[in-house]
Ligand binder design. Structure first.
Ligand code: GLU
Length: 261
């Protein structure tokens, strides 16, 4: 009797520990999870016009949100099958790794440092770092910021690159782009350094600020995923959608709608 009980206990422990898993059982796969859920959960910005922002009715808008809807249509058959979660430059990776979102579409550039922690889709847009200054400013280039103050947004690529490019710049960081813009207007610094597309969004609405013409980097925006084999099928599906929609000219059309070049 005791032997029988021991044997039964062994079987229970074996199964509970997952040792009884069949060889051909599928591994965790993010695409399967999304298909089963029948909904895509995407992290997008709400402070980054014209890529991720809320319109007057509080709807998620911009190129990144539109791309998320297109991906939902490609994978799940309807652009309504998407739920948005607001992310910022500094918390987007955390929201991906805490499984709050399936992917991030949030003006995120591919960098080699980020590639150690994330997987990326093919790029869907190329931006470049630039300067936004007040009209009449003596700052005409990145070099002119030496000994002056510049505004950046925490978690953005420029946060790490600016001090290397301009060693004697005083850096003031903000959590989001609207606060960065307000700080420039209030004269807290001489320029905002950020992606041209984001700065253009500010310049288009306000002719007291100027986007300077020079671009200092190439920022290739891509959809970001958790790094690992479980993302492989999902990345393939997303790349497929980006590829098809690019060839159809649909992504170009969306960009034009938002004034993105
Ligand atoms: N593209 C840059 C980045 O990935 C800046 C835009 C942003 O703050 O998200 O960091």
């Amino acid at each position: 009797m005791l032997k029988k009980i021991l044997a039964l206990l062994m079987v229970v422990i074996f199964v509970c520990c997952g040792c009884g898993k069949k060889q051909d059982e599928p591994m965790a796969n993010d695409l399967n999870t999304i298909l089963k859920r029948d909904k895509l959960i995407v992290g997008v910005k709400t402070d980054t016009y014209p890529f991720g922002f809320l319109d007057k009715k509080g709807h998620y808008s911009g190129y990144d949100a539109a791309l998320a809807r297109i991906i939902a249509r490609g994978i799940l058959g309807s652009d309504k099958k998407v739920e948005f979660v607001p992310v910022s430059a500094s918390d987007r990776m955390m929201k991906l790794y805490s499984n709050e979102v399936d992917m991030i579409i949030a003006t995120m550039s591919i960098t080699s440092k980020r590639q150690e922690l994330l997987d990326f889709s093919m790029p869907y847009h190329t931006a470049g770092q630039a300067l936004l200054v007040k009209k009449g400013s003596s700052v005409k280039s990145l070099r002119d910021l030496n000994g002056k103050r510049a505004i950046i947004v925490f978690g953005s690529t420029v946060e790490t690159s600016l001090r290397t490019a301009v060693p004697n710049v005083g850096v003031i960081g903000y959590r989001n782009y609207p606060d960065a813009y307000k700080a420039l207007k209030a004269g807290k610094a001489d320029a905002i350094v950020a992606d041209d597309t984001i700065l253009l969004g500010m310049a288009l609405k306000d002719d007291s600020v100027v986007l300077l013409p020079k671009r200092y980097t190439k920022e290739r925006y891509a959809v970001a995923f958790r790094k690992g084999i479980e993302s492989r099928d999902l990345i393939r599906a997303v790349n497929n959608v980006i590829d098809i929609e690019t060839r159809k000219g649909n992504l170009k059309k969306i960009k034009a709608d938002y004034g993105i070049k």
